[in-house]
Design a protein around this ligand. Structure first.
Ligand code: ATP
Length: 579
């Protein structure tokens, strides 16, 4: 879809309003009626002047004056409802688009973040969708009005004299070219500006998220200068964009006044030649002005249309993105309460041009057993957990739970079957209670507190002035690493799923706390099939089987004692940690 022309993008955008057509049609009728009433008031004004000239009796003017007053009121009503209905419809479309986008990001994540920055996605969700308001509220129905009203006017002029209609038609066609030219001339610029804005947003988000590092390394001044440079460059880019827009405005002004004057001159000549009644002279002016007035909003908005198209393009790019993991699973498959996991000849890399991270990995974790995976940093341990959760799929080989290929399971069901406690848990900027409740949305307050007790964090939370209602701050800044990790453990306790992944689950705990919650973790692991990753090898010695992963390959496998006897990489890692 990235290759689509502006017209194709606009047609695709128009397709998004299907379920709001009634509102838009009502808005369009109000807008068109308002334009026609304006012309009607002008015509009645002409009639009023002629009547005043011909009749000495003022009461003859009253019905015309009354009609003008009623039309003026009706114009006000249409002037209210037109924009109101168009905006209501537009905002409904925008909220649909945001919902569609959020729904789409879910299956695209986390792979999407390899190619896109968070700021980029935020920019699409906020700025790029917001700018589409211009199209839905100010362009779509106005295009219809800009065609319909001039057509009616042309019929009126045709009735007065065909040549007047011909002249106006030429000017209207030239006016219609302005939006097309403005879009064409600004197309690349619009893309560029949208991208620039997204990059600037990403840079700002990066700067805010990395504020600790920026302060710690004294890079605040550099960052500020970079931001100022970006803002200046953006201003420069905007200037050339605005130049095209100014040309469009100027051309429109020339065409409108030129069109009206030439129609008037032609009408005057026709009057002098006796081909039309002089009564029609002011009417031709009112009709021509009315026709141009109906096109004004489209021409005005068209100056921004290239930005709108660029926004649409970026939105559609995400909507057309194909998730790396496809949902094929049937919800009918039911796994046992304590499933077996079988990883069979798994090959995986993060991209076609990337090296393999896992190379023919095979192992089985029998039902209710614990497999620990150890290895040097970057060996591919976390990647294995990603495959187990189906954040990615293996390129070759398979992962089976209870004999079912996980690609055949319903994604939600699979992810509900697996709990994960990771080394870098994400906490939402809400209360501790809600953060624990992430493990089970329907958990009662008692269940949340019970889980916190098991995770040895209840006492700490109760000691806080706001207890469980304490807001943890952005990314849980209010809590220490160890406290965050215990919240993660509480979540997993609450989720209580049959498969448990512990990825450095106790790495942030001091030895004292780790000892304290060791029993809890054992309790948590009981009756579950567990996959455990640990650098601190003291935590894996009791595992039923230990897998040693080296550069994506399993090079040793056995119990702690077996591996010590084998005297390979595991034994050397143990020796290194005992030093
Ligand atoms: N999203 C990603 N995109 C591209 N490469 C990635 C991605 N995630 C990890 N990698 C690469 O895959 C390799 C394995 O990473 P992984 O995180 O699985 O290792 P690990 O054994 O868990 O390391 P550690 O013990 O340091 O956590 C690394 O070389 C890493 O650079």
């Amino acid at each position: 879809m990235t290759q689509a022309t502006p017209l194709q993008q606009l047609i695709r955008l128009s397709g998004l309003v299907k379920s709001h057509l009634r509102l838009l049609a009502a808005g369009m009728i109000c807008d068109a009626t308002k334009q026609l009433i304006t012309i009607g008031i002008g015509l009645l004004g002409v009639f009023l002047i002629y009547t005043a000239k011909e009749q000495s009796n003022a009461s003859a003017l009253l019905p015309i004056g009354g009609a003008i007053l009623i039309l003026a009121l009706a114009r006000g009503v249409c002037g209210y409802f037109g924009p109101y209905l168009n905006h209501i419809a537009a905002f409904q479309v925008l909220s649909d688009l945001r919902n569609q986008l959020y729904r789409k990001v879910d299956p695209l994540a986390p792979a999407i973040f390899i190619s896109r920055r968070t700021g980029d996605l935020v920019s699409v969700a906020i700025n790029n969708i917001e700018i589409l308001e211009l199209f839905f509220a100010h362009t779509l129905t106005q295009i219809v009005v800009a065609v319909l009203v001039p057509l009616i006017v042309l019929c009126g002029l045709l009735f007065i004299h065909p040549s007047l209609a011909g002249i106006l038609l030429i000017f209207l066609i030239m006016t219609a070219l302005i939006p097309t030219l403005a879009i064409r001339m600004n197309e690349k610029k619009g893309d560029h500006l949208r991208l620039f804005l997204a990059n600037m947003g990403s840079f700002l988000i990066d700067s805010v998220q990395g504020i600790w590092e920026i302060l710690a390394f004294g890079r605040g001044k550099d960052r500020l200068e970079a931001i100022i440079r970006m803002v200046l460059e953006y201003r420069k880019e905007q200037r050339s964009y605005v130049q095209v827009n100014a040309c469009a405005s100027a051309s429109y002004a020339v065409l409108v006044s030129g069109g009206i004057v030439i129609v008037l001159v032609a009408a005057t000549i026709l009057t002098q030649n006796g081909e039309i009644n002089p009564f029609y002279l002011p009417i031709t002016v009112i009709l021509s002005a009315g026709a141009f007035s109906a096109t004004r909003e489209v021409v005005e908005v068209s100056k921004q249309l290239s930005m709108t198209i660029a926004g649409a393009k970026r939105f559609f790019e995400i909507m057309d993105d194909i998730p790396v993991v496809q949902e094929n699973g049937s919800p009918a498959v039911a796994l046992s309460a304590v499933p077996e996991i079988e990883v069979s000849n798994v090959w995986f890399r993060y991209g076609e041009s990337e090296p393999y991270v896992l190379k023919g990995v095979s192992f089985t974790i029998p039902s209710g057993c614990t497999a620990a995976i150890v290895g040097l940093t970057g060996a591919g341990k976390t990647t294995l957990t990603h495959l187990l959760m189906r954040f990615w799929d293996p390129e070759k080989g398979s992962i089976r739970i209870d004999g079912h290929d996980i690609r055949d399971l319903n994604l939600n069901y699979l992810r509900n079957t697996v709990s994960i406690v990771t080394q870098d848990i994400f906490l939402f900027n809400t209360s501790i209670r809600e953060n624990i409740r992430v493990g089970k949305a329907s958990a009662t307050d008692q269940e949340v507190e019970q889980a916190a007790r098991f995770a040895r964090i209840h006492e700490f939370i109760s000691g806080l002035p706001d207890g469980y209602e304490t807001i943890v701050g952005e990314r849980g800044i209010r809590l220490s690493g160890g406290e965050r990790q215990r919240v993660a453990i509480a979540r997993a306790i609450l989720k209580n799923s049959p498969v448990l992944i512990m990825d450095e689950a106790t790495s942030n705990l001091d030895t004292g706390t780790e000892m304290m919650i060791r029993d809890t973790i054992r309790e948590l692991m009981k009756g579950k099939t567990v996959f455990m990753i640990a650098h601190r090898l003291s935590t894996v010695v009791h595992a039923d089987t230990i897998l040693v992963l080296n550069q994506g390959e399993i090079i040793e496998q056995g119990t702690h004692h077996e591996l010590l006897q084998h005297d390979g990489l595991y034994a050397s890692l143990i020796a290194a940690q005992e030093i």
